[in-house]
Write a protein that binds this ligand. Structure first.
Ligand SMILES: [Zn+2]
Length: 345
């Protein structure tokens, strides 16, 4: 399919929103936050390509009851909730000068600054919708991914860390101060871990392939007790990985008592992913998200696309991932969280 056709296809997907819905129904719905601008970040022969979102949005056409929401771009101040002013300015200037490579894997184009800040803005838009009770939960279909980006560095295809900024934005603008981040991308989210490594108000839990890029994510990396890594070598039976992950998510949620859950949803653990792979089948993405939906207070979950490069399976993986959100598996809201940080063995 030619690029022009892909752009037109994605732009027209899911219609133009669904006006006229009763507010009470809005409060219980699942929204997808997406903008065709996310297709404008592209480099030749790179696996992190716009077609990833095209196949996802195409697959979501078959899912009823999803509300499509357009994002706003994050402001510079919002980017600086996590990122240094120098990093934000470096990316802005590189885009303005026509783009280039940040490292061997990570590219910036003339549109990347706009695209990446809108990807962050998609999560902030989702936060605003949940806080206004205009949505129950959200999936942000965004590019470029974010979980390798640290406060001062772009790497691993990632420019700004949208999930990290969303956690800080939640804490700054909503009553939800205790944030659990669950990351099931096949790669460890070194950027997210680094941002919150000494912060007991954000719990970062990652299940990932090890040894693998970026080389971080050992089980011994515990931060102040609110970092938990589950590294698995390739060849580990899926039931072993999924069982350990589900137990860890339940234990973390039970001890940490989050107010809201953010998900770094990478689909590159799919068994045939061209750059990842951890043996997951498509249906495993239902299971990876099911336990999250169960532990999230009030069902409050905001999920954001990270990796996932198998264009033939990616759409089905995302649909499976969304099923627990659509079916409202969340429990009742938790009691107000304790201001005292707790220890996590
Ligand atoms: Zn990945």
């Amino acid at each position: 399919m030619r690029r022009r056709d892909l752009l037109g296809l994605a732009a027209g997907l899911l219609g133009a929103g669904r006006p006229g819905r009763a507010r009470a129904r809005e409060a219980g719905r699942t929204i997808v936050v997406y903008d065709p601008v996310f297709l404008a970040h592209r480099a030749d022969d790179h696996p992190e390509r716009p077609e990833r979102l095209v196949v996802i949005m195409q697959a979501l056409r078959a899912v009823p009851a999803l509300g499509l929401v357009a994002p706003r771009p994050a402001t510079l101040d919002e980017l600086r909730l996590v990122h240094t002013a120098e990093h934000v300015e470096r990316i802005r200037r590189l885009s303005a000068r026509g783009g280039g490579r940040v490292d061997a894997d990570t590219y910036v184009t003339p549109r990347t600054f706009e695209v990446a800040r809108t990807a962050v803005g998609a999560l902030l838009t989702a936060v605003d919708r949940l806080a206004a009770r205009q949505a129950r939960n959200a999936f942000c279909a965004v590019r470029p991914p974010g979980h390798h980006a640290s406060a001062d560095r772009a790497m691993g295809f990632c420019v700004f860390n949208q999930v990290a900024v969303a956690a800080r934005y939640l804490q700054a603008t909503t009553p939800w101060r205790r944030v659990l981040i669950v990351d099931f991308d096949v790669h460890h989210g070194n950027g997210t871990q680094a941002v919150f490594y000494t912060d007991p108000s954000v719990f970062y839990l990652s299940v990932h392939r090890d040894p693998f890029y970026p080389g971080t994510g050992a089980a011994s990396e515990r931060g102040v007790g609110t970092t938990l890594n589950l590294p698995f070598p390739p060849g580990t039976p899926r039931d072993v990985i999924l069982g350990a992950y589900e137990a860890a998510v339940r234990r973390a949620a039970g001890e940490f008592r989050p107010d809201v859950v953010l998900v770094s949803a990478g689909f590159d653990g799919y068994r045939d992913d061209p750059i990842g792979g951890l043996g997951y089948e498509i249906e495993d993405y239902r299971r990876l998200m099911g336990v999250v939906a169960q532990v999230a207070p009030g069902g409050r979950v905001i999920s954001a696309l990270e990796g996932g490069y198998h264009l033939g399976a990616l759409g089905a993986c995302v649909v499976a991932h969304l099923e627990p959100l659509l079916h409202g598996a969340g429990r009742a809201p938790a009691t107000p969280s304790s201001p005292t940080p707790r220890a996590h063995p």
